[in-house]
Design a protein around this ligand. Structure first.
Ligand code: AMP
Length: 236
């Protein structure tokens, strides 16, 4: 990554599409496609996100993108992917992102149905340390979805890791929303999940955010202490 790193000292450099060999598509987001790419000189592997300027206009997200780019360039944490640089042409913006070698966690989840308590606790610790770092830097992650506005991300994730499905899933979107509003939480009998894990989830999925467990308290929770594998923490 160091060879590609920009924005530090006087090493700023201008990138263009000619600097990269484009590989397979990695995925598609709301505003663009992401491709595996290799920087020609260093052979460094990155993920190249391509956003069409027309889409920026259409959804009026210039400021949001700019802010996210500033944030992602300034954060340095082992669990946060770095934005290494960017460039543009007349129609597109290209974001050079650190490549996530592990792939998507949701694919892991889909493949295995659910995660083990050790894996789940280890991911929760990785996420918690990354969130704590963002809070320190006064960057608050806000994903505007009803469940994220109402409830804690980590409680939902922890549930989904262990059970393979989100906690308030229902037949229809409006029923899901009703369950979220009521914090209608129930634990299926399978897979078998420990009482300590259920206790942590219950402490995270509370409506009143002032009563929700702090990041520090998550790290001290007995289920985390017992299950999180220190060797797995800090790996993207
Ligand atoms: P996004 O627009 O950021 O949601 O990205 C769309 C999809 O592209 C994601 O769901 C990932 O599958 C893939 N992707 C995005 N960024 C990266 C990255 N840095 N490394 C590997 N895959 C990525």
């Amino acid at each position: 990554m160091i060879s590609l790193s920009q924005g530090e000292g006087n090493s700023k450099r201008e990138w263009s599409l000619k600097d990269f060999e484009i590989g397979k598509p990695l995925g598609k987001g709301k505003f663009g496609r992401v491709y595996l790419a290799r920087e020609v000189k260093s052979k460094y592997i990155v993920a190249l996100k391509i956003i069409f300027k027309e889409q920026l206009e259409k959804y009026r997200i210039h400021h949001q993108l700019r802010r996210e780019m500033e944030i992602q360039t300034s954060l340095r944490h082992p669990n946060i992917l770095l934005l290494l640089g960017w460039f543009h042409d007349s129609v597109r913006i290209f974001l050079i992102l650190e490549f996530a070698y592990g792939g998507e966690l949701y694919n892991e989840l889909r493949k295995h149905g659910h995660l083990s308590e050790e894996q789940a606790a280890t991911y929760i610790v990785s996420l918690t340390t990354a969130l704590a770092y963002c809070h320190e830097k006064h960057v608050i992650h806000r994903d505007i979805k009803p469940e994220n506005l109402l409830l804690d991300h980590e409680g939902i994730l922890c549930y989904e890791f262990l059970y393979g499905a989100p906690p308030f899933e229902s037949e229809s979107q409006s029923d899901t929303f009703k369950r979220i509003m009521k914090v209608d939480l129930s634990f299926p009998s399978t897979p078998n999940v420990s009482m300590e894990a259920k206790n942590l989830i219950s402490l995270l999925l509370v409506k009143d955010s002032s009563k929700r467990l702090s990041l520090q308290k998550i790290m001290e929770h007995p289920w985390i202490v017992k299950n999180a594998n220190p060797k797995g923490i800090g790996k993207k």
